[in-house]
Design a binder for this molecule. Structure first.
Ligand code: C2E
Ligand code: MG
Ligand code: MG
Length: 729
């Protein structure tokens, strides 16, 4: 610390006010100091005072120096007396001069400054300085009382630094902070508080907590209103109650509803602060939690209850010992897949939402309606009688069957979705999932049956369902382990009965049920999604067998049946190509048989698949022709090579004139369209004769050979001889 010594020649001459200047005029700067004469009592008094007291002459040389001055500055009285106060004490001489100039005009000055101690350190001083005048009113020096306020200043500086730190910390917090005074006014608010509450710090600070008009309403987490006097800040102020993690929903002035977690701490003592309220905006977290909780019991698409909630409700109803039976209605939409496939899944979703809305209106509030999954809805009715429940099922089918208008790709579609409903009744002790399963089984029976779209569950249904289920599992295993077999039935030229090809017909040697025909398990494979695997297996077996025949000199083709489901398999063409490749079979030696109804299901997609099959050289035949009510002209639009007339026409061809005429017309028209004709189910020689006379190209039937295994000697002979064992009449 630099001390500025004032040389005598440069000694400070104060700029005096007019009156003081007059009084001081003529006063020599180097005149002898006039020491104030203190009476002994005063000296004692001065000695006893804890503050430094010193006086100077008109040249500011020290004339008195009490013990407290010694303690404050470190200079003894002897060292101090006669020395210039500027030399001794001033740290900032310029400032001190300015102060003196200004106060001497007034006669006194009270203020704070910094002086130097003897050891070079500084001391913060609160000084009260007074000018002394002699008897003639001339300036005779000053007397000053200097209180050492170093500690107080340090404490103040520490407090200011702490406040500064507090302000910085509070300002940087994401948490909203309100410091509330004892008068219930907000003393300090940070930006986060203003931001969360949708206002400004200026608006908050100085306002009373309840008078800020910030919140239109406050609710607790259960939705109960919280009156202003129960708000955490006011509770802390008035009752000294602290709050931890209280969750409140606050509706702000601008109408926004925010969720806050609030902590509040009352502060006692004489700090002037009465409470600190801190809060977080947890709205996003709260909404996410609400959403999760909702999603746990609801279906997102339709907003209906979900399966999980349904099961809980059924369980709840079944727990009541004396309660009347509960009914579970399992409602499955008909033809919903068609909407999804033809108009797309988004339109399908719109349809589901509409159906859900209609079901909701039909069910009413006393029952639980849930989306079970996909296009399945389940209703739980507790306490309804049999007739009421059946009436409810009828209502469900009615509302679903009313046409729905859907908008897809800029066009409007009117679709009619039907529904089948299965009903199961349960009572105390039953298991909820069993009840749903039984209703599902009944629904399945209703859907498959030709009669009513409503079925009530009975035990026989369950047995059938169980059998279906176990067969399904066995089939899965059979496909995986190759426990199926392909039998081959010859297809012969009618003219000379030469075997031109074989139809591949799958068989299953079931471990307990024995040999099963395709009708016993192919539909099951279609339902359970196993048909592609089954079809692939048959294709591989049939192509490799045919390749073997051709390798041994038998120039035959193989005709493999495809199910409608396989047509929708995007891998179908690749699977066919791979099977031909692996077998090393010429594609022209493979025929694929498809029924009319399979082609009609999604004609455009089927046409596309047929075209791709034809482009790799595979031929397609229409199987069971005549049973699907499609016109021949329409089928000719497909890229097909042959027609197989269903055996029902062949069977009655010779007895019924109509069927004979139909066969005749079909053969003629097919030839017109360039298609070959195969007659199925030829059992008698006269049928063969008629077919031959009608110009039917090929025939297949028990007369010409039953389906049999490739290693059956009969088949080997037939193939080998090239003609079946039938005498040409
Ligand atoms: P389909 O394609 O019309 O096959 C001809 C069916 O008629 C065969 O029955 C055959 O045994 C039977 N049949 C042949 N000639 C005569 C006859 O003179 N009289 C009588 N009454 N029946 C005769 P199968 O083998 O029981 O096959 C039934 C149906 O199962 C087939 O009808 C076909 O639609 C389907 N199918 C067979 N194998 C497969 C396969 O590998 N995949 C698929 N998706 N379906 C298959
Ligand atoms: Mg067939
Ligand atoms: Mg057929």
């Amino acid at each position: 610390m630099r001390r500025t010594a004032i040389r005598r020649s440069e000694r400070f001459v104060p700029t005096l006010g007019d009156r003081a200047a007059d009084r001081m005029s003529g006063h020599a700067l180097d005149a002898r100091p006039q020491l104030p004469v203190a009476r002994p009592a005063q000296a004692d008094l001065i000695a006893a005072i804890p503050d430094a007291i010193l006086s100077t002459d008109e040249h500011f040389c020290i004339t008195s120096w009490n013990p407290a001055a010694e303690r404050t500055y470190g200079w003894t009285e002897c060292e101090a007396l006669g020395r210039s106060v500027g030399d001794l004490l001033w740290q900032d001489a310029d400032r001190e001069r300015r102060v003196l100039s200004s106060f001497l005009g007034e006669g006194s000055w009270v203020g704070e400054t910094t002086h130097c101690r003897k050891d070079g350190s500084t001391v913060a001083i609160r000084a009260s300085v007074r000018a002394l005048l002699d008897d003639d009113g001339r300036f005779a020096g000053v007397v000053g009382i200097c209180e050492d306020i170093t500690d107080r200043k340090a404490a103040e500086a520490a407090r200011e630094a702490a406040e500064q730190r507090f302000t910085t910390v509070v300002a940087s917090l994401d948490e909203g902070i309100l410091v509330i005074g004892q008068d219930e006014r907000i003393q300090t608010a940070n930006e986060s508080a203003a931001h969360i509450l949708g206002t400004t710090v200026d608006h908050l600070e100085g306002s009373t907590l309840s008078g800020t008009g910030l919140a239109l309403s406050v609710e607790d987490r259960d939705g109960n209103p919280v009156p202003a006097h129960r708000w955490p800040g006011l509770l802390a102020l008035r009752a000294g109650t602290s709050t931890e993690h209280m969750e409140l929903a606050v509706t702000l002035r601008d109408g926004r509803r925010r969720w806050l977690t609030v902590n509040c701490q009352p502060i006692g003592g004489a700090t002037g602060v009465a409470a600190v309220v801190s809060f977080h905006d947890v709205t996003d977290r709260h909404l996410a939690a609400e959403d999760l909780a909702w999603a746990a019991t609801h279906d997102r698409l339709t907003g209906l209850r979900n399966r999980q909630h349904l099961i809980e409700r059924i369980e709840c109803s079944l727990e009541q010992v004396d309660a009347p039976p509960v009914a579970v209605l399992f409602c499955d939409l008909d033809r919903f897949k068609e909407i999804n496939d033809s108009l797309g899944h988004e339109v399908g979703d719109v349809a589901l939402v509409e159906v859900a809305e209609r079901l909701r209106s039909a069910v009413g509030p006393s029952c639980t309606l849930a989306r079970h999954g996909g296009d399945e809805f389940v209703v739980l009715c507790a306490g309804g009688g049999y007739d009421d429940v059946v009436a409810m099922a009828e209502r469900l089918i009615d509302v679903v069957s009313t046409p729905i208008t859907l908008h897809a790709a800029g066009s409007v579609h009117q679709v009619v979705i039907g529904a089948s409903v299965g009903i199961a009744f349960g009572s105390h002790g039953d298991v909820s999932t069993d009840l749903i399963r039984d209703a599902d089984v009944a629904m399945y029976a209703a859907k498959k049956g030709a009669g009513s779209p409503i079925a009530v569950f009975d035990r026989a249904m369950r047995e059938r369902a169980q059998r279906r289920l176990s067969t399904r599992e066995d089939l899965r295993h059979a496909i995986e382990t190759g426990a199926l077999q392909v039998h081959y039935q010859p297809i012969c030229r009618t003219s000379d009965l030469t075997v031109t090809g074989y139809e591949a017909l799958v068989r299953w040697d079931h471990p307990t049920h024995g040999w099963l025909a395709p009708d016993d398990f192919v539909p099951l494979a279609e339902e359970s999604g196993l048909v592609s695997a089954l079809g692939t297996w048959v294709l591989q077996a049939a192509t490799s067998q045919t390749a073997a025949w051709r390798a041994s000199g038998r120039h035959v083709y193989v005709s493999v049946n495809l199910s409608a489901r396989q047509l929708t398999d995007p891998e179908l063409v690749a699977t066919v190509e791979a099977a031909l490749d692996v077998a090393g079979l010429d594609p022209s030696a493979l025929w694929l048989e498809l029924t009319e109804s399979a082609l009609a299901e999604d004609a455009d997609a089927a046409g596309e698949v047929l075209h791709r099959l034809r482009s790799i050289g595979v031929r397609v035949a229409i199987d069971d022709f005549g049973t699907g009510y499609s016109s021949l002209a329409r089928l000719a639009n497909f890229d097909v090579s042959a027609l197989k007339i269903d055996r029902s026409f062949v069977a009655s061809m010779t007895s019924s004139g109509t069927d004979g005429a139909i066969v005749k017309a079909v053969v003629a028209l097919a030839h017109e369209l360039g298609l070959r004709v195969v007659a199925e189910g030829v059992e008698r020689c006269e049928q063969l004769d008629v077919l031959r006379s009608l110009g039917c190209d090929l025939a297949q039937g028990f007369l010409l050979g039953r389906p049999t295994s490739a290693d059956d000697p009969a088949l080997a002979v037939e193939s080998g001889s090239g003609t079946p064992s039938v005498a040409l009449s």
